[in-house]
Write a protein that binds this ligand. Structure first.
Ligand code: PRP
Ligand code: URA
Length: 206
């Protein structure tokens, strides 16, 4: 299932991150803000359990999240989405997967993984601003499934149809959330119009 998360505030902020004149500071802040707004929408259906709390006046039946939320940013660019989500869900645990795209083959190279325990019972959100060919996201989902994750949500800011198609083919059980579905990829595998190289823009490496 693919969902476009297109709240007006997200669309407004998307223009800022797409703009080539937006500098590192504002780019970083805005990516986090978009991630937080997306998480707010995406978590609408996560289960709650009833708990009793005491107000200063009386007992009150209340609610808390039933499942652990685990965030898995794909290094590097996924790191740019973590703070925006943990500011809303401070109990979320954070694991990491390190992947980079080989420049020539565009294949994902896996160099690191460290996940929290109890993946099987958690809602796992894989974070990466860009879904281009889909190779990195597909590899991240495979790695997490191998480690025991069952409920997986792929959260990207900008996607290309090629990437969506790959995830739907490789992992039809994974929900995909995008703020924008763009036209396609250029011959170097960059999303058009996209926002450029998300890692470089977040970390100021170019
Ligand atoms: C970017 C991006 C994704 C990947 C998407 O990372 O953050 O992880 O490319 O491309 P794909 O869908 O074709 O696999 P990159 O490889 O540039 O690594 P970086 O974040 O370390 O710069
Ligand atoms: N990775 C990026 O950072 N940007 C793209 O457009 C494609 C892959």
């Amino acid at each position: 299932m693919i969902s476009l998360v297109q709240h007006p505030l997200i669309r407004h902020k998307l223009a800022l991150v797409r703009n080539k004149d937006t500098g590192t500071k504002e780019f970083r802040e805005t990516v986090n803000e978009i991630a937080g707004l997306m998480a707010y929408e995406i978590t609408r259906d996560i289960p709650l359990k009833e708990i009793m709390v005491e107000t200063p006046l009386a007992p009150c039946m209340s609610h808390e999240l039933k499942k652990q939320i685990i965030l898995i940013p794909v290094l590097r660019a996924g790191l740019g989405m973590v703070d925006g989500i943990t500011s809303l869900i401070p109990t979320a645990k954070v694991g990491h997967i390190g992947l980079y795209r080989d420049h020539d083959s565009l294949q994902p190279m896996h160099y690191y993984a460290k996940y929290p325990g109890r993946l099987a019972n958690a809602v796992v959100m894989i974070l990466d601003p860009m879904l281009a060919t889909g190779g990195s996201a597909s590899e991240a989902i495979s790695s997490l499934k191998k480690a025991g994750a069952v409920s997986i949500k792929l959260v990207c800011i900008v996607g290309a149809p090629e990437g969506v198609e790959k995830i739907e083919k490789d992992h039809p059980d994974t929900d995909i959330y995008l703020a924008a579905l763009d036209e396609g990829l250029n011959d170097k595998g960059y999303i058009i119009p996209g926002l450029g190289d998300a890692g470089d823009r977040l970390f100021g490496t170019k």
